[in-house]
Structure formats: C-alpha cells, structure tokens
Design a protein around this ligand. Structure first.
Ligand SMILES: [Zn+2]
Length: 358
C-alpha cells in the first residue's frame, strides 16, 4: 500500500542506485545495458511510436497536460483540508520526479556509464599546440576546397537546398556501417525528426536534442542546411547509444567525412574547421586574424552565411540555456560540461595520428 503510494519516488531511488552501480562498473554496464537492455528498448521504440510521421513528443506533451489537468481538478474538488491537499501535491511532485529519473536512466541515460567510445578506440584527446593546430587547419581547408569544387565550383555561399529525408536515410545507413567497423555495439534504427514550430528549439538555445522519453532525436527545422545536417548526424549518434557530446560530435564528423555524399563530406569538414578556428581565436588573436584574412573566399562566404543564419534567431536566455545544459551534462558525470562539445579538433587529431601509426 505504502509502496504503491510512493511508486514513482521508489523507482526513482532504485534507478539512482542502479546508476551508481553502473558508474562503478563500466564493463558490466556495457554488457547488460548497452548490449542487452538498451537494444531491447531501441527495438520497442523504433517499431512503435518512432514510426509516427510526427514527433512522438507531441503525444507526451498532450498526455502530460491531460494528466496534469485531471490531477489538479481532482485535487481542488476533493473535500479534504488544505494541509492534506498540500501533502498530496508534494507526494505527487516527488513521485513524478521519480518517474522522470527512472525513465530517463533506463530508456537511455545509463549509456553514459558504458565504456566510452574514445576508450574503445584508444583515442587520447590531448590539447594541441598552435603550430600543430595551424597545420591541421591548412589541411582541413585544402580538403574543404577539394570537396567544394565538386558541389559548387563558384565562390558564392552554398545554395541552401535542404534534403532532410534523403540525408537522414544516408546518414543512418552509413552510421550503422561506421559503428560496426569501429566495433562499437549498436542496435536498431533510431530516427531524428524536425520539431515544429520552427525556431522553438533555437529560442531555447539548442539546435537539436535527443529525448530519451520518446526515443527520438529532434532538430530545429529553421537551421541552415549545413548546420542541420551535422546536427542530424549528432542526434542520430545519440540514438545509437553514444551519450557523450564530444563523442557524438566525433561520430558525426567521422560519418560525414567518410560519406559517399559530397555535401555531407563538406558538412563534416566545415564543422571541424569552425571548431579549429574557434580554438585558434582563443589561442592567438593575431594568428587568427591573419588566418581568416588569407582564407579562401568560398569557404569564408559559407561560414559567414551560416553565422548569419544562426544569428537570425537568438535564444531568449542565452546564459540560462547554456548554464542549464552545463548543469545537466555535469549531473550526468560529464565533468567538462558544455566544453565537451568542443573536443572535436583534439579527437580528430588523435584519430588521424592513430591511423597514421597503423
Ligand atoms: Zn548532443
């Protein structure tokens, strides 16, 4: 009886206990959760609500609103006193939070405690010095120019064509092949949908999100096609059980840069290039200015076009959304917080160095 009144809270505590055990024993988590339980969840979601032609989160929001309305109506209409009502309300909030924690962790979140991808690939992401960074940037720029000649030979900004569905299928297929090639355990066919109304997510300060409760990734439909394609790849990686932001970026970069689709090659390299530019800017403002001054006009035009598009919709509370994401990541044991997104240049350098040694 007591347990049923506190079911959500109890399950929440149980999930937190499981989380502690998983955190302590990554190999065990890899075995029972990443290779056992999560694939089962993936299978159920992939062939039920994820097949819906619209974001399943709409259903979740509708159900929560309906439930909230009925709960509050029942509470106000009941004959018990104020203190009793307050108690019921508090208990419900605790139970609700417990359910949230329980579902978050079991539907996806325990993947945070599996063996990290970079450990499985023996990637050592170490900070890179300015000389190496500059050499890497020259290399990226050379590649970008070669790819760009294939997709649009003029030096005007890329034509903004959006082939969302084609790229989703391509990226999913190629990501499966890539993860298999890396020996990284994955299952299912995760999906990413565009979440309307357009601009909503960007106003909250994010381009995309993977929602464990629906098992779907979402992205903002208003994004620049280059930014959208990379976010699509990033959220797909989350769906395949890659939780860490730096790792999801790395998988997105790798799948794009090795894709058969030239546009995706460009998307991957340009994202890397922009992270490298940011690193150089932080390291040495003068060197950054000189590099940008000598940058090829076509690449510069594309970066400016993306920046312009990104500035069209400003988040309501930039600092708040950044801080809450930071807090969220840190609460999941990602010590670097939002800085983990920016590990891309280091991970790519470590990946290339490892490849050259073999
Ligand atoms: Zn992410």
């Amino acid at each position: 009886m007591v347990l049923s009144r506190w079911l959500g809270a109890t399950l929440g505590l149980f999930a937190l206990f499981v989380r502690l055990v998983c955190q302590k024993f990554p190999s065990f988590t890899e075995k029972w959760y990443a290779k056992g339980f999560y694939p089962l969840i993936r299978g159920i979601l992939d062939y039920t609500i994820n097949l819906l032609p619209f974001p399943a989160v709409y259903l979740i929001i509708a159900a929560l609103l309906g439930w909230g309305y009925l709960f509050l109506k029942g509470l106000f209409r009941s004959n018990c006193g104020f203190a009793q009502k307050l108690k019921t309300l508090l208990r419900s909030v605790l139970n609700f939070s417990g359910w949230l924690i329980f579902f978050f962790l079991f539907l996806w979140g325990l993947n945070y405690y599996r063996i990290p991808l970079y450990q499985q690939l023996s990637l050592q992401a170490k900070p890179i010095g300015q000389r190496v960074l500059l050499a890497e940037m020259q290399d990226t720029q050379k590649k970008l120019l070669q790819i760009r000649n294939r997709i649009q030979p003029d030096s005007l900004a890329l034509v903004r064509s959006s082939k969302f569905f084609v790229r989703k299928e391509t990226l999913r297929k190629e990501m499966k092949q890539l993860l298999s090639g890396l020996g990284y355990s994955w299952r299912g066919r995760p999906t990413v949908k565009q979440l309307y109304p357009a601009g909503t997510m960007r106003k909250m300060g994010i381009f995309g999100i993977y929602l464990p409760f629906s098992g779907e990734g979402y992205l903002d439909p208003s994004l620049h096609p280059v930014e959208k394609s990379f976010t699509l790849a990033h959220e797909l990686a989350h769906g395949f059980g890659v939780t860490d932001e730096g790792e999801a970026n790395f998988v997105a970069w790798l799948v794009c840069s090795e894709s058969k689709d030239s546009f995706l090659n460009y998307v991957g390299e340009l994202k890397l290039f922009r992270y490298q530019l940011r690193d150089l800017q932080k390291m040495d403002a003068e060197a950054y200015k000189a590099f940008v001054g000598a940058m090829h006009p076509s690449i510069k035009a594309d970066i400016l076009d993306i920046q312009r598009s990104n500035l069209e919709i400003r988040p309501y509370f930039l600092e708040l959304s950044r801080k809450s994401n930071d807090l969220y990541l840190k609460s999941q044991g990602v010590r670097a917080g939002v800085a983990s997104y920016a590990q891309l240049p280091m991970l790519v350098f470590a990946w290339k160095s490892g490849k050259n040694q073999n």
